[in-house]
Design a protein around this ligand. Structure first.
Ligand code: PEP
Length: 257
C-alpha cells in the first residue's frame, strides 16, 4: 500500500520567524506520528531555519526549485547539492507558476530532474493543464506530453525517487478545486502513462499528489480516491490547523478498507 504524502508548498510566503513558527506548529501538531509522510517546502532563505525547527521530527524539508548545474557562474541559481547540504530531501520541479510565469520548458525541467535525482533528492514533478486546455478537451494530451517529456531518461529504478503532483492550473490559488472525480481520472491517466514508460510495478508504487485549492473543506474526498496519494498544498499549508487537518484526513483515508 502506498503511504499518503502531504507536502506544503509555501511559495514566496512567510518571514524567517513566521516560517519557523509555522514549522514548529506542524511538528507539534503531528506529535511524532509517521503514518502520513509530511514535508514542508519553504523559500530558499529559510531552509536552514525551518530545517532546525523540524529537526528530529518526522517532517521532511523540501525546496521549491533548483538549477541543473552543480556549481559555477550561475548568478542567483541554487544547485541540488546545495539543497542537500541545507538538509532538503525533496525538491518541487515544474510547478505551473514556473512553467507559465517563468517560461520553463519540459526539457529544462527534465534536466533539473536528472540533476536533482543524481544529487540524492526526491523530485516532486508537477504537471497539469490550463483551463483553456481542459475546456478544449486536451487534458489527457497535455498530461501525456508533460509526463512523457518529464520522464525522458528516467528508468523504473530512478522513478522510485520521484513523486508526481497533478496540479490543474485552473485550480491553483483560485479557490476552485478539481472535483474528486476529475482528479481521480487525471491521476489514473498519469499512472497509466508512467506504467507505459517505466513499467507497471514502478507505476503501482508511484505516489501521485493532487494540488489546487486543496483545503480541509474538499480534501477528505480527494484523498480517498484510489489513485490520489495525498496533496501538494499551497495556501492551506500556511495555516497550521488547515494543513494538519488535511494530514489527519490522509491518515483516515489510509485506514479505509
Ligand atoms: C500549489 O501551488 O502547489 C498549490 C496547490 O496551491 P494552492 O493550494 O494554493 O492552490
Amino acid at each position: 500500500m502506498r503511504k499518503k504524502f502531504i507536502a506544503g508548498n509555501w511559495k514566496m510566503n512567510t518571514t524567517a520567524l513566521s516560517g519557523e513558527l509555522l514549522a514548529a506548529a506542524i511538528v507539534k501538531g503531528l506529535g511524532g506520528d509517521t503514518s502520513v509522510q509530511v514535508a514542508v517546502c519553504p523559500p530558499f532563505p529559510y531552509l536552514f531555519r525551518v530545517g532546525q525547527a523540524i529537526q528530529g521530527s518526522p517532517v521532511a524539508l523540501g525546496a521549491q526549485n533548483c538549477y541543473h548545474e552543480k556549481s559555477g557562474a550561475f548568478t542567483g541559481e541554487v544547485s541540488p547539492d546545495m539543497l542537500v547540504d541545507a538538509g532538503c530531501q525533496y525538491v518541487i520541479l515544474g510547478h505551473s507558476e514556473r512553467r507559465h510565469k517563468l517560461r520553463e520548458s519540459d526539457g529544462f525541467i527534465n534536466k533539473k530532474t536528472h540533476a536533482a535525482l543524481a544529487a540524492g533528492l526526491r523530485v516532486i514533478l508537477c504537471v497539469g493543464e490550463t483551463l483553456e486546455e481542459r475546456e478544449g478537451n486536451k487534458t489527457n494530451q497535455v498530461l501525456d506530453e508533460q509526463v512523457t517529456a518529464g520522464l525522458i531518461g528516467i528508468t523504473s529504478q530512478t522513478v522510485r525517487n520521484m513523486v508526481i503532483a497533478y496540479e490543474p492550473v485552473w485550480a491553483i490559488g483560485t479557490g476552485r478545486s478539481a472535483t474528486a472525480a476529475q482528479a481521480q481520472a487525471a491521476h489514473a491517466f498519469i499512472r497509466n502513462r508512467v506504467a507505459a514508460l517505466c513499467g507497471p510495478p514502478a507505476a503501482a508504487e508511484l505516489v501521485i499528489l493532487y494540488g489546487g485549492s486543496a483545503t480541509p473543506q474538499v480534501a477528505e474526498e480527494l484523498v480517498r480516491q484510489p489513485d490520489i496519494d495525498g496533496g501538494l498544498i499551497g495556501g492551506a499549508s500556511l495555516k497550521p490547523d488547515d494543513f494538519l487537518s488535511i494530514v489527519a484526513m490522509a491518515k483516515r483515508a489510509m485506514a479505509l478498507p
